[in-house]
Design a protein around this ligand. Sequence first.
Ligand SMILES: CC(C)(COP(=O)(O)OP(=O)(O)OC[C@H]1O[C@@H](n2cnc3c(N)ncnc32)[C@H](O)[C@@H]1OP(=O)(O)O)[C@@H](O)C(=O)NCCC(=O)NCCS
Length: 163
Amino acid sequence: MIIERLDGHDRSTFDCGVPELNDWLRTQAAQQQKRGNSATFVGADSEDGRVVGYYSSLAYRLDLDEVATAYGAGKRRYPMPAVLLARLAVCVSYRGKRAGEALLVHALSGAVDVADNVGVEVLVVHAIDKDAAAFYGRYGFTQFADHELHLFMPMKAIRSLVR
Ligand SMILES: CC(C)(COP(=O)(O)OP(=O)(O)OC[C@H]1O[C@@H](n2cnc3c(N)ncnc32)[C@H](O)[C@@H]1OP(=O)(O)O)[C@@H](O)C(=O)NCCC(=O)NCCS
């Protein structure tokens, strides 16, 4: 699998089993990327080039109340700059080949590159369901105290994971 920025890839047959995540890739991802609203990277099969996975991320921030619930209060006066990994999915036919892991590591490495140039303290993921949250949990993400499908990992921990 080759991971590259979405750019005219054929994604018409992409099926991860979650209609919302299929539709996003097929109809929204390119448009939103053009607008600068989110960036999408796809995993393309090395042999036939078909899209077998993708992730989309964007700049984000945690407001003070969210920081308090995620990190357990503190005396912060400013919101926390973040990267949001909003979507990540792998084709049903391609599951179990570590494509999900490769896409996640690529997303984390990209976030570290961003954080080298722009302040970012944390990466947040919005999981589509409990299964997805369990997938992120394997890599050390922590659930928000008030939202079991929202998880985070400090950039410090991500740096030591991917560098
Ligand atoms: C979650 C998903 C991305 C995993 O993709 P995948 O390519 O099959 O996963 P990988 O082969 O990279 O698995 C890596 C590890 O995670 C584990 N894993 C995979 N899916 C998991 C899940 N739902 N819960 C817990 N662990 C999971 C694998 O068993 C493997 O563990 P191992 O190191 O013990 O072998 C994929 O199942 C998917 O697209 N699901 C539907 C959409 C979704 O849930 N997206 C997530 C965020 S919105």
